[in-house]
Design a protein around this ligand. Structure first.
Ligand code: SF4
Ligand code: SF4
Ligand code: SF4
Length: 315
């Protein structure tokens, strides 16, 4: 269905009936399960040195506006940042909660964030016109031609990833990491994975990445916490992470293994069995998502720490 904004207002004008009956809403059960060979990236945060080359490569590949401060400026890492409409990925710096005895534990951890490309994405489920879709290869991609600007996806995302071009009055779009879909589908690499000088980001089949992560943990039990972030969270994500620090101390939200679309499906079935009201459902969903807010429950007070410009993290 290809709806312009004008078309959307016509729909609204037609009254709540269409909405109340679940007009165009992607049913969570209709989202195809990712194929056995779906792709992903494994990010080994213990290798990252916070050079921001991945941010720069992403910016250039997607012709995004140049940042206020150059990508060579590393003091920006002292402040926790979020993705926005001009940055599909950001690298943040987290200091250890407790300084350990091992050298690498005394160093900060650098973490690259972007859309996680969830296996069962709540943004896709929340989009009432199908502007966001889960592809067979694992990518969650956006079609600006279908988007009506309702921004339900922004509210629904448990990682608070989608950003909106509020400054673009004429043709605003939702913006987020594309998984470099146009390149990956033709056998190319995500720009960030391609450029990383430390090979922090391994691109490949998700199932192989899980084996690699398990192998790394098994062979370096003192180096990694016993957790692959994204293996199970919200039903699994295409992007997976390894860390030497507990994930809640390096900016990751603690989330249930249940995909949010399935949770809301259960709520819908139990509460609204005889009167499906997506508006109420999405309002509720928004409350749930805000309560699990990305960059909030795992946030460390890094501004309290002394500035350590140029710190690196050797493995
Ligand atoms: S992921 Fe790689 S490119 Fe990005 S900051 Fe870390 S080391 Fe640099
Ligand atoms: S991280 Fe958010 S925007 Fe990305 S696929 Fe998951 S729900 Fe959608
Ligand atoms: S996969 Fe592509 S769009 Fe996503 S962060 Fe990497 S370079 Fe940017």
């Amino acid at each position: 269905m290809d709806l312009s904004r004008r078309g959307f207002f016509k729909v609204l004008g037609a009254g709540g009936a269409a909405i109340g009956t679940g007009f165009g809403t992607a049913n969570a059960s209709e989202i195809p399960a990712p194929s056995e060979d779906s792709l992903g990236c494994l990010v080994d945060t213990t290798l990252c040195v916070g050079c921001r080359k991945c941010e720069q490569a992403c910016n250039q590949r997607h012709n995004l506006p140049a940042p206020e401060e150059s990508f060579e400026e590393l003091t920006v890492l002292e402040k926790e940042r979020r993705m926005d409409e001009t940055s599909y990925t950001v690298v943040n710096k987290y200091y250890p909660e407790n300084i350990g005895t091992l050298t690498w534990r005394e160093r900060p951890t650098f973490v690259k964030f972007q859309c996680m490309h969830c296996n069962d994405p709540s943004c896709v489920s929340a989009c009432i016109v199908g502007a966001l879709t889960k592809q067979e290869n694992g990518a969650v991609i956006y079609d600006a031609k279908k988007c009506i600007g309702c921004r339900y996806c922004m509210v629904a995302c448990p990682f608070q990833v989608p950003a909106y071009e509020f400054d673009n009055a004429l043709t605003p779009q939702v913006r987020k990491c594309t998984f470099c879909f146009e390149y990956v589908k033709d056998g190319g690499l995500p720009a960030c994975a391609q450029v990383c000088p430390r090979e922090v980001i391994t691109f490949g089949k998700r199932k192989d990445l899980l084996h690699l992560a398990e192998w790394k943990m098994k062979n370096n039990p003192d180096k990694y916490v016993d957790h692959i972030y994204g293996q199970h969270e919200v039903g699994g994500t295409s992007w997976l992470y390894l860390s030497s620090e507990p994930f809640e101390t390096i900016g990751f939200p603690k989330l249930s293994d249940d995909p949010p679309p399935r949770l809301t499906e259960k709520i819908q079935h139990s509460l609204f069995q005889y009167f499906a009201a997506p508006v109420i459902l999405y309002t509720f969903l928004g409350g749930v998502m805000m309560a699990t807010g990305f960059m909030k429950n795992g946030k460390k007070k890094i501004s309290d720490k002394p500035s350590q410009k140029g710190d690196t993290h050797e493995s």
